[in-house]
Design a protein around this ligand. Structure first.
Ligand code: MSP
Length: 516
């Protein structure tokens, strides 16, 4: 049996989740649901990144201890993922004892192998990104953050370093050899060309900061965020514990991230893993940013759709309507812009194409065949073959899109199949066939093929719209529990199957969409 491991970045618990974090998490959730449906043994990890200056500063601004702030928002992240029915298997916090003890082991290992040494650091620091910036980069951006535009901070201090320069050539070689390590392709080229410019060793500790995990070899220093944060992907699997069964089973996995943290995930993280003698991640997939006015929308930069607004959208368009919009809004990797007209349009696709196709099929079978699926009779090559071909090609195309992480296509394919089915119903006009008893066998075929095809579309929609797809399938008399994607797609609805009642799958939207 194949295994599948997917992770979100661990989020800073210094505010509520918002569109950016919800987007990443929904992507991972759809992938996890797809792989579970495929029958893969699946593990989905998310969590919160709680140490470092960013959290310390946010807490100081509120007059609370960093841990208090982290406790408050970590709980909000956890409960929001529950509320949004995210199917994560675990939730890791970097302040968890289980994480801290394993990070200490990881650092001990790197000190022992000579990959961590004491040096002195003078340079520029981007507080927002938790990242030191080279003199050249700092100068080029007028000593402001390239991401947030906020002034950089000057630092001069003793620091422990990780020998990134020693491992960078190995990382480069790995990226060049493994075409599918970084997705999408454009991002891969970006990392390769930056790596070719050469990299310096990485400052990994701070003596001036108290809010972090102390270095086992020198507790005056705490780990500066990236080693601590990146390690969550393996500490969450119990890497450095006695029972490391999950690690053995699931590592390496797929990291879904925003493009802002690509460098850390494709260079620092593999380098650390290579130094530890552990396998590097299978894939790092970077999605684009939600932008407003051409700039990344965010907590600090502004313009980000809040959790409150997302809840309003969910209440009006259903949770699955929101998920569908997020996944179909742009090709994976491209930037996106929150747009309520597009949201309404996406929802109408679900309602008017998928919902409508199911509804007319179930209603017709109810009216003309007492709710019992007829066996297909006469075939008419001119009309039937095209739909059969589209429906037979569907499973292969869907698998291909999921394998390539083309999530927009994953969302659109089932809708396209439902659209083709609607076109087929329009062309074959079962309502006219029903008036002529001589055409009864033909009507059987049309009803059967329509049902088979909307059935497949709904099966394919499960990872994106889990609730609505399952609800729709139950109208077709199908219970998906314990069944796999291949099993479902290759087993047609049996003739004689009793269908349920035809109820609209998506509610009619009476009011205008909420104001942005
Ligand atoms: N804590 C680090 C990640 C450490 S992972 C080992 C971090 N946290 S974050 O909370 O600031 O952001 C995490 C992720 O949120 C980003 O990578 C991205 O996935 C998502 N987004 C935050 N704002 C976003 C947008 N405006 N658009 C899309 N995604 C964004 O970075």
């Amino acid at each position: 049996m194949s295994t599948f491991y997917v992770t979100t970045p661990i989020y800073y618990p210094n505010g509520e989740p918002h569109l950016g974090s919800v987007y990443t998490t929904v992507i991972c959730d759809a992938l996890a649901r797809y792989h579970r449906l495929k029958g893969d043994e699946t593990y989905f990890l998310t969590g919160t990144d709680e140490h470092g200056t960013k959290m310390a500063k946010a807490a100081a601004a509120e007059g609370v201890e960093p841990k208090q702030l982290a406790d408050r928002y970590a709980e909000i992240f956890r409960s929001t993922w529950n509320e949004l029915k995210i199917s994560n298997d675990d939730f890791i916090r970097t302040t968890d004892e289980r994480h801290k003890s394993q990070v200490t082991e990881i650092v001990r290992k790197l000190v022992a192998s000579g990959d961590i040494y004491l040096g002195s650091y003078g340079g520029w620091y981007d507080e927002g990104q938790e990242e030191f910036v080279t003199e050249t980069e700092a100068k080029a951006n007028e000593f402001k953050s390239a991401i947030s535009g906020k002034p950089l901070t000057r630092y001069e201090e003793k620091s422990y370093f990780f020998r990134l320069s020693k491992y960078a050539p190995k990382v480069l070689e790995y990226i060049e050899k493994n075409e599918h390590f970084i997705k999408p392709e454009s991002r891969r080229n970006e990392v390769i060309s930056k790596l070719k410019q050469g990299v310096a060793d990485l400052s990994i500790s701070r003596a001036t900061l108290k809010w972090g995990i102390p270095l086992p070899n020198d507790p005056e220093h705490v780990l500066y965020v990236w080693i601590d944060a990146l390690s969550n992907y393996i500490t969450g699997l119990g890497y450095a514990t006695k029972d490391n069964a999950l690690y053995k089973k699931f590592w390496p996995g797929l990291h879904v991230i925003g493009k802002d943290i690509l460098w850390f995930h494709t260079v620092y993280w593999p380098a650390i893993l290579i130094a530890m003698g552990e396998p590097v991640p299978k894939t790092v997939a970077a999605h684009g940013w939600w932008v407003r006015g051409g700039k990344k929308a965010g907590k600090s930069t502004g313009g980000i759709t809040s959790l409150t607004e997302l809840r309003e959208v969910r209440d009006q368009y259903t949770l699955d309507g929101l998920r569908y919009y997020l996944l179909r809004a742009a090709p994976f990797g491209s930037d996106l812009e929150w747009n309520l007209d597009e949201l309404a349009k996406s929802f109408n696709e679900l309602a008017n194409v998928v919902g409508n196709c199911l509804n007319r099929t179930v209603k017709m079978i109810g009216r003309y065949r007492n709710g019992v699926l007829p066996a297909a009779g006469d075939r008419d090559a001119a009309t039937d073959d095209a739909l059969i071909a589209t429906s037979d090609a569907f499973g292969g195309k869907l698998r291909d899109a999921y394998d390539k992480l083309e999530l927009q296509t994953c969302a659109l394919l089932p809708v396209e199949l439902a659209r083709a089915t609607n076109g087929y119903i329009d062309t074959t006009a079962p309502f006219s066939l029903a008036k002529d008893p001589a055409k009864s066998a033909r009507l059987d075929t049309v009803l059967n093929l329509s049902a088979q095809s909307i059935y497949r579309a709904l099966v394919g929609l499960i990872p994106v719209c889990p609730e609505k797809a399952v609800e729709g399938l139950s109208q077709l008399g199908v219970d998906v529990t314990g069944k796999t994607l291949d099993g479902l797609l290759s087993t047609p609805l049996p003739a004689g199957q009793k269908l349920g009642e035809g109820k609209p799958l998506f509610p009619k939207i009476e009011t205008a969409p909420p104001a942005s």
